[in-house]
Design a protein around this ligand. Sequence first.
Ligand SMILES: [Zn+2]
Length: 240
Amino acid sequence: HLYKATQGDVKTLDSADMIFYNGVHLEGKMTGIFEMMSKDKPTIAVTEAFKENQLRKVSASEHDPHVWFDVKLWIVAAEAVEKELIANDPDHEAEFRENYEEYALQLEELDKYVQYEINKIPKDQRVLVTAHDAFGYYGQSYGLDVRGLQGINTLSEYGSKDVTDMRNYLVKNKIKAIFIESSVPRKAIEAVIQGAGKQGHNVEIGGELFSDAMGEKGTEEGTYIGMVRHNTDTIVRALK
Ligand SMILES: [Zn+2]
């Protein structure tokens, strides 16, 4: 939400043949660069391929950009990439098709895995509390109630009322664990845990979830599939 392209990023984008990005205002501070790049080369927001009703509405004019946490939607995005690659490099159509089909199968497997695992959590504990509202699609798709302290982007500061409301919610519903995110500072979540502790309700940090960034390159979590599996395993371990 806040990332600004560095000079190095601009160079990388400049040397690319095509650019794919998420869209739905996820890359808020990079819109100008994408507009500039689109004059020279195909520059595609993968969410352009989505139907309006596939996007979660968060206000009259705003949609939730965190679409990748519904694996079924990420298959739609992968298909959009396939189509654009074929349109712009028709010589390699067969390869693009083959790669897409293979990856789509892996994503279908992943989608089933997530659902199977989430179903292991007792129904009254299927509540996912995190620092910011990145997991709306995840919750909607796999059946978890999702609460974020900070709203839909990481721009808005949380206030003491947010902390109090969240604490009351956890105490009332006897929620055992809340989660920190790789891309959001953890002090908000810690304030909530302390508050609940003072009321005699013990809340644990369930682990760290990847929300708006993946893991390090070269690790399992540095891939989309590994990242989704990590999040799912972390959530299920803490809430089961
Ligand atoms: Zn986010």
